[in-house]
Design a protein around this ligand. Structure first.
Ligand SMILES: CC(C)(COP(=O)(O)OP(=O)(O)OC[C@H]1O[C@@H](n2cnc3c(N)ncnc32)[C@H](O)[C@@H]1OP(=O)(O)O)[C@@H](O)C(=O)NCCC(=O)NCCS
Length: 161
């Protein structure tokens, strides 16, 4: 089966994991201004998240960044995909699949048996790359700062002021 981004690649579009290529201001605009889950995130926070993750971008033939995705990972056991965003003018031509497959098949995470993610409405997008709903949802737990904190004494000393 031909990858959905084959035509783009032939036209000179590229997938890259080079942090130096990232257009950090553009990524900030997408995440902070256009995406509900990361609205209001600062440029500094975006930079930290990009640097602390395995981050990939897709670039058009002129070198302009048209999409981003990152994988929060220890490169050994855990891999969580987050902040997948494609420029609104370039959706529907395979950029999203390219980004997701670029993470799932990346050499640094090739031996990790399972990737997870959270999505409100783009299930079909991830299903196209092989994602399914959680198989054993009863095994998963979450801790939320707004509710869990009440049960969680803080063992870390705070400096006064
Ligand atoms: C979701 C998103 C990343 C998809 O990127 P894209 O480049 O348009 O996706 P592709 O062209 O690679 O499409 C791949 C498949 O996903 C489907 N798809 C794309 N966007 C979708 C969406 N929002 N919901 C459901 N399915 C979607 C396409 O129909 C396509 O299926 P097909 O191959 O059977 O035709 C893009 O729409 C986007 O950036 N949306 C805003 C941010 C967002 O919602 N990100 C996901 C957060 S979890």
């Amino acid at each position: 089966m031909n990858p959905p981004w084959q035509r783009l690649e032939a036209e000179g579009w590229r997938l890259s994991d080079d942090p130096a290529r990232l257009d950090r201001h553009q990524v900030w605009r997408w995440l902070s201004l256009e995406s509900a889950w990361s609205r209001g995130r600062s440029q500094a926070a975006v930079n930290t998240s990009l640097d602390q993750s395995l981050t990939v971008g897709v670039y058009d033939p002129a070198g302009r960044q048209r999409g981003v995705a990152r994988c929060v990972t220890d490169r050994v056991a855990v891999a969580f995909i987050d902040d997948v965003h494609v420029d609104a003018d370039h959706r529907g031509k395979g950029v999203g699949r390219w980004l997701v497959c670029g993470l799932l098949r990346h050499p640094q995470v090739r031996d990790i048996p399972q990737f997870t993610l959270v999505t409100d409405e783009a299930h079909a997008h991830y299903a196209a790359s092989g994602f399914t709903s959680l198989a054993k949802i009863e095994r998963w737990m979450q801790w939320r700062r707004d509710t869990g904190s009440a049960y969680t004494p803080d063992p870390w000393p705070r400096s006064a002021g």
